[in-house]
Design a protein around this ligand. Structure first.
Ligand code: C5P
Length: 310
């Protein structure tokens, strides 16, 4: 299951249910977690790889919750308690890359196969949306526009393959903290009246310029149009990210942006060679924990062999 970055993240007002209405252009990139499921006597979860120590290995694990939700929806409640789930992580935790959602999506696809429940991707997406706003996109992959809280998806028309450098932050950021910081920054805006509620935050709108640039397939056109309304909030919580973004621009990135709620920074390169050079430059600047090169769009959660999912 792939990581995602947001090519646009427009955040609207805080809703009554604690979520924000958003418009997101999701883009799946070639950094994958792997989820395997097998029958077992009782529930077991083994997490390995990147950030494994901070992933819960019990009922709070998103893959476990996904298996339980699928079992419940298909009348197989007992099955979820007889699973051995393996999660091989490459997507960092709390990074703005939807790593937890990827694991939930993987468990849905893998258990759907193991149990022969035969649900469509759309039906899995509906179950996934109850687990996290980004799970439906982790199932779909590619490039898609998400509205609502990000779970209502439409595929986007994109030409070509885009080369990215991802710079991982030194520590993670919790998504609710970043949304809350965004609300605080908005409330403190100069000229905002005391009694102005969430109503004065405009509804989020899709960038038609970005969509046209994605159709054209020209990374030089896409780069300057990347945008993220959560970026000021992420920068306020981790000021070091400013230096990471500046280092990317200095080393030739066509676009530089915090991914989702951060702290991962995503840098767009003109091609594979340019991405290699950019990765070397950003690594040398010493402003992040690790740097990887990825490309997108890539497909969503898919099976790699019987009973196993990627
Ligand atoms: O849906 P998910 O569990 O990923 O969301 C985590 C948190 O992020 C939510 O509890 C909420 O605080 C925030 N969020 C939001 N608006 C969204 C998506 C997430 O405020 N559209």
């Amino acid at each position: 299951m792939p990581a995602k970055i947001n090519l646009q993240l427009a955040v609207g007002p805080l809703r009554g249910d604690g979520y924000h209405d958003i418009v997101s252009v999701f883009h799946a990139v070639s950094l994958f977690d792997e989820v395997t499921v097998r029958y077992a006597d009782r529930l077991g979860v083994a997490v390995s790889g990147e950030g494994a120590e901070s992933v819960p290995a019990g009922q709070a694990n998103l893959a476990v919750r996904a298996a339980a939700a699928l079992a419940k929806a298909t009348g197989l409640r007992g099955q979820a308690a007889r699973l051995r789930i393996g999660i091989r992580k490459r997507i960092p935790v709390a990074a703005g890359l939807a790593g937890g959602s990827a694991d939930a999506a993987g468990a849905l696809v893998a258990c759907n196969e193991l149990w022969g429940t035969g649900l469509t991707q759309a039906a899995l997406g509906e179950i996934g949306a109850t687990l996290g706003s980004d799970v439906p996109f982790s199932l779909l992959g590619g490039t898609a526009v998400g509205i609502g809280r990000g779970e209502q998806l439409t595929r986007a028309l994109v030409t070509g393959n885009y080369h990215w450098v991802l710079a991982f932050g030194v520590s993670g950021l919790a998504t609710p903290d970043v949304y809350a910081a965004c609300d605080r920054l908005r409330a403190a805006r100069p000229g905002r009246t005391e009694d102005a509620g969430a109503d004065d935050v405009p509804a989020p709108a899709l960038s038609t310029e970005l969509m046209a640039a994605l159709r054209s397939g020209d990374p030089a056109a896409v780069g300057p149009l990347l945008s993220n309304d959560l970026q000021p909030a992420a920068l306020s919580l981790q000021p070091l990210l400013r230096r990471a973004l500046a280092a990317g621009k200095e080393h030739g990135a066509l676009g530089a942006i915090v991914s989702g709620s951060g702290p991962t920074c995503a840098f767009l390169a003109g091609g594979a060679q340019e991405a290699s050079e950019l990765a070397v430059g950003i690594t040398g600047a010493g402003v992040c924990r690790a740097v990887v090169q990825v490309s997108g769009p890539v497909p969503g959660a898919s099976l790699i062999s019987d009973g196993m999912a990627n």
